[in-house]
Design a protein around this ligand. Structure first.
Ligand code: A2P
Length: 325
């Protein structure tokens, strides 16, 4: 049973991937403070039925097991013809961002997801933490500068071994990407970052375009309802007016805007109606006037220190984002 939506979600090719893998531009996000496995599994199955084929998780999120169960069930029930039709991303957590820990961490994610390969494996943050128990927020004294060359060599090895079709990064500034590109044999295919109408990432998006790196927007709707997000996107007056004029919702305007920037996005919703709503952005356009108004929205980065907590040294944060705040 092929779901109707899957036909309408455009795809982008990941340039440095094995076999020129392509990624659906809209995915099912699972960055949530809810760890209710039944909720995640039910929503993921609904999403597959609606046509979602791209699923975003991370070892940190606690959603890999539930997502794995949903995928196995969807395959068993014939909601998707084969594993190959799905695009699955997971991420390397800080404690495992060390030489020789990368591949075991990826194998653990594969085991959780009941998969033989990922489509995309991302370095979650450009920092490492002492190997061992995951603690959130990460304590300043546990943070270790990343050995980029060795970690990336292991990421490349994981692609060569066929454990993932593509590799990339998350939360990397242009400066950190530039450094990575200077020695990478397999350049990162993706940089997943906070991106929405209130944090538009113009400079980073341009840099990524020029370097064949696909940008994936996390918190595309401002992560409303989570401890790290707020209603700053969904309650924005300018976006509300545009939505009203187009006969769309603010969420649709926000996701359409990201798509029109050439970026991909992974909105999180565990609600069937909103999952459907978020898919309905491919058969209309924002007008020049809409784009102009959105380009003038005051900008603010919201996701600064969810991983690192509030007690973090402000100088460390400036360095983490290389002043791109
Ligand atoms: P829910 O899971 O109840 O749908 P982000 O993707 O930026 O992290 O935002 C996620 C938040 O936005 C969640 O609270 C999610 O709630 C909510 N959300 C997702 N889609 C929509 C939508 N179409 N309209 C309103 N809220 C939405």
């Amino acid at each position: 049973m092929a779901a109707a939506g899957s036909k309408f979600i455009p795809k982008v090719v990941l340039s440095s991937s094995a076999g020129q893998r392509s990624m659906p531009v809209l995915g099912f996000g699972t960055a949530s403070d809810s760890t209710d496995a039944t909720l995640v599994k039910t929503a993921a199955l609904e999403a597959i039925k609606l046509g979602y084929r791209h699923f975003d998780t991370a070892s940190l999120y606690g959603s890999e097991l539930a997502l794995g169960e949903a995928i196995a069930e969807a395959l068993k029930l014939g909601f998707v013809g084969s594993r190959d039709e799905l695009f699955i991303t997971s991420k390397l957590w800080l404690n495992d961002a060390h030489p020789h820990l990368v591949i075991p961490a990826l194998q653990k994610s594969l085991q959780n997801l009941q998969l033989e390969y990922l489509d995309l494996y991302l370095v979650h943050w450009p920092i490492s933490a002492k190997p061992g128990k995951v603690q959130l927020p990460v304590k300043q004294e546990d943070i270790i500068p990343m050995d980029y060359k060795s970690v990336w060599a292991d990421m490349e090895e994981s692609q060569r071994l066929g454990l993932t079709k593509a590799i990339g990064v998350s939360n990397f500034s242009t400066k950190k990407l530039q450094n990575l590109l200077s020695f990478a044999t397999i350049p990162p295919a993706v940089n997943q970052v906070e991106m929405n109408t209130i944090w538009q990432q113009e400079k980073l998006t341009e840099f990524c375009k020029a370097n064949n790196i696909i940008v994936t927007a996390y918190s595309p709707l401002g992560a409303k309802g989570t401890p790290w997000g707020s209603n700053h996107v969904l309650d924005n007056k300018v976006l509300k007016d545009i939505a009203l004029a187009r006969g769309k919702t603010v969420a649709q305007v926000s996701l359409r805007w990201i798509y029109e920037q050439g970026a991909t996005s992974v909105p999180k919703s565990y609600n069937k109606d909103r999952l459907k709503e978020n898919l309905e952005i491919f058969d209309w356009e924002l007008t020049e006037e809409d784009l102009q108004k959105i380009s003038q929205l005051p900008q603010k980065k919201f996701i600064l220190n969810v991983t690192l907590g509030n007690g973090i040294d402000p100088n460390f944060l400036q360095e983490l984002w290389d002043g791109e705040l």
